[in-house]
Design a protein around this ligand. Sequence first.
Ligand SMILES: *Cc1c(COP(=O)(O)O)cnc(C)c1O
Length: 403
Amino acid sequence: MATIKTSEKFAVSEEGYYGEFGGAFIPEMLFPNVEELQSRYLAIMNDPAFQKSFDQLLKDYVGRPTPLYKAERLSAKIGANIYLKREDLCHTGAHKINNTIGQILLAEKLGKRKIIAETGAGQHGVATATVCALKGLECEVFMGEKDIERQAPNVARMRMLGAKVTPATSGSKTLKDATNEAIRAWINNPTDTHYIIGSVVGPHPYPDMVARFQSIISAETRKQLVEQTGSELPDYVFACVGGGSNAAGMFYNFLDESSVQLVAVEAGGLGVNSGFSAATTALGKTGILHGSKSILMQTEDGQIVEPHSISAGLDYPGIGPLHAHLFKSNRGIFLNATDEEALDAAFELCRLEGIIPALESSHALAGLNKLNFKPDDVVVVCLSGRGDKDMSTYMQALEERTK
Ligand SMILES: *Cc1c(COP(=O)(O)O)cnc(C)c1O
């Protein structure tokens, strides 16, 4: 990577804010760790030797650049020029490895010996266990007890890769509880441990650091677009949003290009007003969770509302502070797609293009049906991951639909 360019209009402030969102709301015990990261992450990331190692691993280990693929049959169906950024072809099957490669190199620079992480569906846990094996570092992944039951194949993968998977047994026993456990473990091992957060959430500098590692997605897209269309700038970019890391990567190098419409698609679950949804911007209000101020799904008195989505990677009650700011400032359009709409979009991509997408990415694809395009519009969709991990859900849906 060349030094990652900083956005002029949407850069994080010195204190870690995007507009009114962000910051670092952490227990005092974590000040030394977080301050160390805040004071060193940019210098480390901008060091040419670091960039060289990062580039090399992205190329030879992850398999970058990922293709930008013009989906002809999907384009004909939608009535615009649809390009897919193929993050599904990354090693381990999704964009998450871009961030874990970056953070493991950073942890090495900081002299850390142990890595901890949280995971929901297990995708970030697998990406973290992978890079720990690559670097020979100890790895402990916290995962809700309920998710451990639901996501057995990823639990097995993490263990095969040498990670210790520790169940979170409090609360709803899912992602938010795993995150609480990881934070607790970090407090107890402040000097030798680095916490690899899996999305653009958490205290400053995580949202900015993770966005920068993922910004490779839009950096490559600009180069590939100019080769394929003659212009670096599309009319639209689409991405699904759980915490928001693939979206942040897809948006990053277009933030200051006002002609590029940024479109984020959240998980509508059974419907925004059904009580079973993860459409954070539609349902949430300002609050603090996991170290930063953002938009959160919460009750009147500030209790977190359990989210629901068919896709485990979007099943999170908040969004990163950058996205909260893009939403509040109207820089981005925020849509949502229901479980059924995501399944429809997944089956459609299979039949039209021969690509089985992750359920998360299928939400971004479903978003294509919600806007009106002109025939010559250029639309890039971040295909954040592949569908292997979702086969049991797809098989169940197929069975129900053919009854
Ligand atoms: C984890 C995951 C997501 C959601 O995470 P973001 O931080 O919002 O990108 C999306 N797609 C896939 C394939 C994932 O594994």
